[in-house]
Design a protein around this ligand. Structure first.
Ligand SMILES: Nc1ncnc2c1ncn2[C@@H]1O[C@H](COP(=O)(O)OP(=O)(O)OP(=O)(O)O)[C@@H](O)[C@H]1O
Ligand SMILES: [Mg+2]
Length: 470
C-alpha cells in the first residue's frame, strides 16, 4: 500500500489550536502553518467545538488548564460531537499518570508545555498517516463489499457462500423449494434471488403470507373464487397461482397452514392443478413454488401437524439460511450495507461506527438476525447527531451485551441430563423474548402448543419437587 507523501498528507490535516493564552495560540499556529498543516487558532473553547462540529478540523491541540471549560471537559464534548476527531492535550503540569488518564478518556496524545514543535509534528504526521491509511482501507472495503453482494444478498461467510452456491445450482431447475431458517435471517430475500436467477425471472413472483389469513381467505387468495362462492364474493377473481402463472409463488410461513390447506397445496404440487373456490372447473397452472418456514417441519410432521407427503414433496430441495450468530463474520459487511442504505434514506452521510459500537454489535447474539441488525442501524442512523454512530445510539440491550449469560457449553460445561439442558435453554430463550411465548416458540423452532405443553409439564414437576421437599 503506498502512502501519500508527507507534504500532501499534511495539507489534508487541518489542526485547531485552543489555548486561553492568545500568544501561545499565535506561536503554535504559525509554526504549524510553516510546516505545511492548515491551522486555525482560538482562545474560546466554544469556537473550537464549533470547528469540530462543522468538520473544519481533524485535530485539536487543546490546553489542559483553561478558565471556564478545561481541556478534559472540552475533550469529552468534542468526542460527543465527532467521535472521529483527534484531540491532543497540552499541559505544563505533565505527569505520566495524567497522560494515561487523558488517553483513557479518549485523548489521542498528551504533550507537555511549552509544546516541543518537533514532537508535535511527529504526532501530527502519525495522525495524517493513520487518516490516509483509514481512507485507503475504506476504499478497499468498499471494493470488497461490492464483491460480497449476490442478488442483493450480502455475505462472505463460508456458511453464506455455501448457501448461495446451492441457490445458484438449483435456481435453473427447481420446481419446488423449501427455504428454512430462523426469523429475520433472510428467507424471503433468498427466495427472491432464486426467482431472479431462474429461467422465468421475467415472470411474476407472487408472495403469500400463509399465517396472516384465516383458511377461507387464504384459499381464495391462492386459488381465486367465483362470484357468489361465499358471502362477500361479489365478483369472480383469479388467485395468486393464476396471477403468477409461468412464474413463482412464495408461500411464506407454510408451517402455519391447516391440514386441510396442506391437502390443497399438495394437489398443486403433484398435479399443477387448481380450482377457484366455488367452481368445479379444474385449471392447469405452470408454477414454481418456494415455501418458507422458521419451524422444524420434521418435528411438525412427527407431532401430526404437518402432512408427511407434502413435507417430502417440498423438502426434496431444502435451502437453509443460517442465523446471524452462525456467521458473525458477516456482521461488519451487513453493518456497512445498512449504513449506506440508511445514510441515503435519511440523507445523512455516515462515516462509520465508533470502535466501541462495533464491539457491541459483534458481541450481541442477534436473536432477531439480520432484520434486528437492520433495525438497530436504522434507529441509530436516526438518533446519531454526528457522522459516526456511537454506543449511545444503540439500544440499551446492546450497550450491555458484554455481559452475556454463561454458555451451556465451554467453560461452564457440566454433564447435565438432556431434559435439564432443554429446560435451561427454553428458560433462557423465554427470558430473551421477555416472556413472549409466540416469539420464543418461533426462535426455538417448535410449535406454540409444544412450548405450552412443555411449560405446563415443567411447572408440574417444579410443584411436585416443592411438595417433596416439604
Ligand atoms: N444477507 C442479507 N443481505 C442484505 N439484507 C438482508 C440479508 N438478509 C436479510 N436481509 C434483510 O433483512 C430483512 C429480513 O429478511 P427477510 O424478510 O428475508 O427474513 P425472513 O427470514 O423471511 O424473516 P421471517 O422469518 O421473519 O419472515 C429484510 O429487510 C432483508 O432485506
Ligand atoms: Mg419472511
Amino acid at each position: 500500500m503506498e502512502h501519500a507523501p508527507a507534504a500532501t498528507a499534511r495539507k489534508n490535516l487541518s489542526v485547531c489550536v485552543l489555548d486561553d493564552n492568545a500568544n501561545q495560540v499565535e506561536i503554535v499556529t504559525t509554526h504549524l502553518e510553516k510546516s505545511g498543516f492548515p491551522a486555525m487558532g482560538t482562545t474560546n473553547p466554544e469556537e473550537a467545538l464549533q470547528n469540530v462540529r462543522l468538520g473544519a478540523c481533524r485535530v485539536v491541540v487543546a490546553d489542559l488548564k483553561m478558565p471556564g471549560m478545561d481541556g478534559l471537559e472540552f475533550l469529552e464534548k468534542a468526542l460527543q460531537h465527532d467521535p472521529g476527531v483527534y484531540v491532543i492535550l497540552a499541559s505544563s503540569l505533565y505527569s505520566v499518570d495524567s497522560a494515561i488518564a487523558a488517553i483513557k478518556r479518549g485523548a489521542h496524545d498528551y504533550v507537555s508545555k511549552p509544546v516541543d514543535s518537533r514532537r508535535l509534528e511527529k504526532t501530527l504526521d502519525d495522525i495524517a498517516d493513520l487518516v490516509s491509511r483509514r481512507s485507503e482501507i475504506r476504499e478497499l472495503e468498499h471494493k470488497l463489499f461490492e464483491n460480497h453482494q449476490f442478488q442483493g444478498v450480502v455475505g462472505k461467510s463460508p456458511a453464506m457462500l455455501d448457501m448461495l452456491d446451492l441457490v445458484k445450482k438449483v435456481s435453473r431447475h427447481y420446481s419446488n423449494v423449501l427455504v428454512t431458517g430462523p426469523t429475520g435471517a433472510g428467507k424471503e430475500l433468498v427466495a427472491r434471488a432464486l426467482h431472479q436467477l431462474s429461467p422465468v425471472a421475467r415472470e411474476r413472483f407472487a408472495v403469500c403470507n400463509c399465517s396472516a389469513l384465516v383458511d377461507t381467505l387464504l384459499e381464495s387468495q391462492l386459488f381465486g373464487h367465483v362470484r357468489g362462492a361465499f358471502t362477500g364474493a361479489m365478483d369472480t377473481r383469479p388467485g395468486l397461482f393464476e396471477f403468477a402463472n409461468g412464474g413463482a409463488v412464495f408461500l411464506d410461513e407454510i408451517g402455519e397452514t391447516s391440514l386441510a390447506m396442506q391437502a390443497k397445496l399438495l394437489r398443486v404440487i403433484e398435479n399443477r392443478e387448481i380450482q377457484r373456490v366455488g367452481s368445479p372447473e379444474v385449471r392447469r397452472v405452470n408454477i414454481r413454488l418456494i415455501a418458507a418456514t422458521n419451524r422444524d417441519l420434521r418435528a411438525e410432521v412427527l407431532a401430526g401437524r404437518f402432512r408427511e407427503d407434502l413435507f417430502y414433496r417440498l423438502s426434496s430441495i431444502e435451502i437453509r439460511v443460517p442465523g446471524l450468530s452462525e456467521r458473525r463474520e458477516d456482521i461488519p459487511l451487513l453493518v456497512q450495507h445498512f449504513l449506506k442504505k440508511y445514510s441515503d434514506a435519511y440523507s445523512k452521510p455516515f462515516q462509520g461506527l465508533s470502535r466501541r459500537a462495533q464491539i457491541a454489535l459483534l458481541q450481541h447474539d442477534w436473536p432477531g438476525n439480520v432484520r434486528e441488525l437492520a433495525n438497530v442501524i436504522s434507529s441509530a442512523a436516526i438518533t446519531a447527531s454526528t457522522d459516526f454512530i456511537d454506543v449511545a445510539d444503540l439500544p440499551e440491550s446492546l450497550q450491555r451485551s458484554g455481559r452475556r449469560a454463561a454458555p451451556l457449553v465451554g467453560e461452564a460445561w457440566r454433564p447435565l441430563p438432556l431434559d435439564e439442558v432443554r429446560r435451561i435453554h427454553i428458560q433462557r430463550v423465554l427470558e430473551m423474548c421477555k416472556g413472549n411465548r409466540v416469539r420464543a416458540s418461533q426462535m426455538l423452532g417448535i410449535g406454540r402448543t409444544s412450548l405450552y405443553r412443555f411449560l405446563k409439564h415443567a411447572n408440574k414437576q417444579a410443584a411436585a419437587g416443592a411438595r417433596g421437599s416439604d
